[in-house]
Design a protein around this ligand. Structure first.
Ligand code: XMP
Length: 476
């Protein structure tokens, strides 16, 4: 048997090329996530329960990328996360949260907290607007009081269809933050908030759908409720679905892709993970709009240790990207990205985007709490095939806190780990995108496609790798 050589990020460098770029701002990171979705930066947050729920998805979409909400939630919870992202950035909220006047302040506070919002419209039984409650109305009020007794009744409203400029004028004139939109009979048709207007202006690079709302994706599995889940996620506004299975070059994955495409022909569908040209081609033939590449490359993966299977990430991306070019289907490099240099190499090797897990875990926007150990702060980051994640899923499914299964029956392919607490993801994304922009410049390229044409990789020895790291100094 002949052995094919497989290389990964630390095996190679990009050979510097002549560049006419004088500033990183002259580079453009626009790229295709999938056949019909383009992003302003080539980063996708991983569909993992310690990486992407709505906060992460909002932050990365504002920066120009996209987050994929993980699937280890009930259908309702996952669809709700998608809705939260969509609401967070739309200047006009189409279906604002509302409450009836006969509910108590306690009900309103619970509802507002669950939905992560600061105020509620108050409606009658026919959905006609009768008032508004904001934090100010609820502050220090008796929690058993009825909403109709504390709400602001003389609500400043506008007609549905009002221009943003007119809305801004009304918000300013009346010194208010929320402007409900109603039709001629007083029915609620939407809501404009000053926060959403400001957000929109503050994030000029944000990736948005045709209604100006942040892009967001959501993962589905290959078993059980995946069609029902897909329907709810699409209804909630997910721009893309990701068929998420460890071994994506499988009958399970291919038939799931076909079923989803048949049921929802307009759904932008990503599937993975695979690591070979044949795997990519089979998914492309089944109808996917992008392929996620990476088997065993992730920081928390032990698939290669447990199963002996996998392909070093750079070779996997190169092989799949070749097929991707033939079919016009973008490739997402998923797993093993530790630096902006790794991301640049993945893009230069043919990936259109890079999915990132550990680099974004440990941030304010990733799910989970900050833990302290020996005076240092951490957050949990775990593989979705780790024992802890499997147990968590099981107890969520059964609603039970005790676990009767024999742990020996579980063969984990991921580990549970901690990553240092890193503050806001915004700063991480700045470092990542800044590094990739410089990487483009070293390749003499203004754009990612140009870098893919120009890229020349050079294989390096262990000595070359050692030379590439800081050396012979004491780091501060
Ligand atoms: P990084 O390196 O960015 O990788 O942390 C994130 C990617 O790792 C994959 N993943 C897993 N792979 N066992 C695996 O073999 C697991 O338990 C596991 N959990 C996540 C996934 O592709 C993710 O995007």
């Amino acid at each position: 048997m002949e052995f094919k050589e497989g290389l990964t990020f630390d095996d190679v460098l990009l050979v510097p090329k002549y560049s006419d770029i004088t500033s990183r701002t002259q580079t453009n990171l626009t790229t295709q996530l999938s056949r019909n979705i383009s992003l302003n930066i080539p980063f996708v947050s991983a569909n993992m329960d310690t990486v992407t729920e709505s906060s992460m998805a909002v932050a990365i979409a504002r920066a120009g990328g996209i987050g994929i909400i993980h699937r280890f939630l009930t259908i309702e919870e996952q669809a709700d996360e998608v809705l939260k992202v969509k609401r967070s950035g739309s200047v006009i909220i189409e279906n604002p949260y509302s409450i009836t006047g006969d509910k108590t302040i306690e009900d309103a506070l619970d509802y507002a907290e669950n939905q992560d919002i600061s105020g509620l419209l108050v409606v009658d039984d026919n959905s006609k607007l009768i008032g508004i409650v904001t934090e100010r109305d609820l502050l220090f009020a008796n929690s058993k009081n009825l909403i109709q007794d504390v709400m602001t009744k003389d609500v400043i409203t506008a007609k549905a269809g009002v221009s943003i400029d007119d809305a801004k004028e009304l918000l300013h004139k009346h010194r208010i933050e929320k402007l409900p939109l109603i039709d001629d009979s007083g029915l609620v048709k939407g809501l404009i908030t000053s926060k959403d207007i400001t957000n929109n202006a503050d994030y000029p690079n944000a990736s948005k759908d045709s209604k100006g709302r942040p892009l967001v994706g959501a993962a589905v599995g290959v078993k059980g409720d995946f069609l029902e889940r897909s329907e709810s996620l699409l209804e909630a506004g997910a721009d893309t679905l990701v068929v998420d299975i460890a071994h994506g070059h499988s009958e399970n994955a291919i038939s799931t892709v076909k079923h989803i495409k048949k049921a929802f022909p307009d759904c932008e569908l990503i599937a993975g993970n695979i690591a070979t040209a044949q795997g990519a081609e089979d998914l492309m033939k089944a109808g996917v709009d992008a392929v996620k590449v990476g088997v065993g490359s992730g920081s928390i993966c032990i698939t290669r240790v447990i199963t002996g299977s996998g392909v070093p990430q750079l070779t996997a991306v190169m092989d799949c990207a070749k097929i991707g070019r033939d079919y016009g289907i973008p490739i997402i490099s998923d797993g093993g990205t530790r630096t902006s240099g790794d991301a640049t190499k993945a893009l230069a090797a043919g990936a259109s985007t890079v999915m990132v897990g550990s680099m974004l875990g440990g941030t304010d926007e990733s799910p989970g709490t900050v833990l302290t150990k020996n005076g240092k702060r951490f957050k949990v980051y775990r593989g979705m095939a780790s024992l802890a994640a499997s147990i968590g899923r099981k107890s969520k499914e059964t609603g039970s806190t005790s676990f009767d299964d024999d742990l020996n029956d579980y063969v984990a392919e991921g580990v549970e780990a901690m990553v240092p607490y890193k503050g806001t993801v915004v700063d991480i994304l700045k470092q990542l995108t800044g590094g990739v922009r410089s990487g483009l410049s070293y390749c003499g390229a203004h754009t990612i496609p140009q870098m893919q044409t120009n890229a020349e990789f050079i294989k390096m020895s262990r000595a070359g790798f050692a030379e590439s790291q800081p050396h012979d100094v004491s780091l501060m």
